[in-house]
Ligand binder design. Structure first.
Ligand code: HEC
Length: 232
């Protein structure tokens, strides 16, 4: 085993310019090598395999061989660097979004696919939007409500009142712990009791329909039947 045979393949953590590559190598070792390359791809992408030398540009070293992880990391890094579209190929082939000798092996919502996307992003590879289903972009454009807004909503729902000035003052710090503690404090008293019983009634007491409550009155919150309709 060589000295370079560490998870990241580097001797020290000090050389800042290679930080991206270092992260990619570490991520490869922890999340791509085992579950993707060794479990799924290497049965063909290996010396003598259906996608071995001559058949494809991707040939991996089997698990257990000296430095196999770092050498497979290099195979992928070089492959991605060789052509700007190779990163996309790496995501499209195993999904069979383009023809692949190995057929369909990964679905876009699998952990293995997500790991490949993440790895390629760490390599700063160009990935088409349609191949990038990582959840990073999912919350794009969304802003979180302020703690004061969240507290006000929580108070109206669970305590059935607006928050007191004191309660509002206790969340201005913006810390999640303070918000959690203050919301927890709302879960007490008459308002909270009504919230629980009303919620349970809404879900559980449907017998009123057996006692000739009109079906049109299904929305019991907005009719004259509330709460009578629910407490039979
Ligand atoms: C059952 C065999 C088989 C398996 C398993 C397999 N492949 Fe392949 N793969 C092939 C063959 C054969 C080719 C060459 C023909 C082609 O390009 O489709 C290939 C080619 C490729 C290429 C194109 C390489 C080039 O030369 O540009 C990529 C990318 C690829 N595979 C990705 C994967 C990934 C990622 C996995 C694992 C998730 C995988 N393959 C698993 C058989 C396989």
């Amino acid at each position: 085993m060589s000295l370079l045979d560490t998870a990241t393949g580097f001797l020290t953590n000090l050389s800042r310019p290679v930080e991206g590559a270092q992260n990619a190598a570490a991520y490869f070792a922890s999340s791509v090598s085992g579950p993707v390359i060794q479990s799924i791809c290497i049965s063909c992408h290996v010396e003598g395999g259906a996608a071995g030398e001559g058949a494809s540009a991707l040939q991996y070293t089997p698990q257990g061989a000296d430095g196999y992880q770092y050498s497979n990391f290099q195979v992928l890094r070089d492959y991605v660097a060789a052509d700007p579209d190779n990163a996309n190929k790496l995501l499209e082939k195993p999904r069979l979004a383009v023809p692949h000798g190995g057929g369909a092996l990964l679905s876009a919502d699998s952990n293995e696919y997500q790991a490949l996307v993440q790895f390629l992003e760490l390599l700063n590879a160009d990935i088409d939007e349609s191949n990038n289903v990582s959840l990073d972009g999912f919350w794009e454009g969304v802003t979180l409500a302020t703690p004061e807004q969240t507290l006000r909503r929580a108070a109206l729902i669970v305590a059935q009142r607006v928050p007191t000035d004191e309660e509002l003052a206790s969340v201005v710090s913006g810390s999640e712990e303070d918000l959690r503690a203050t919301v927890r404090g709302l879960m007490d008293g008459d308002g909270f009791h009504r919230f629980l019983t009303t919620g349970a009634n809404d879900r559980l007491f449907t017998d009123a329909f057996l006692a000739n409550l009109f079906f049109e009155a299904a929305d019991l919150n907005s009719t004259v039947f509330f709460p009578q309709g629910t407490i039979r």
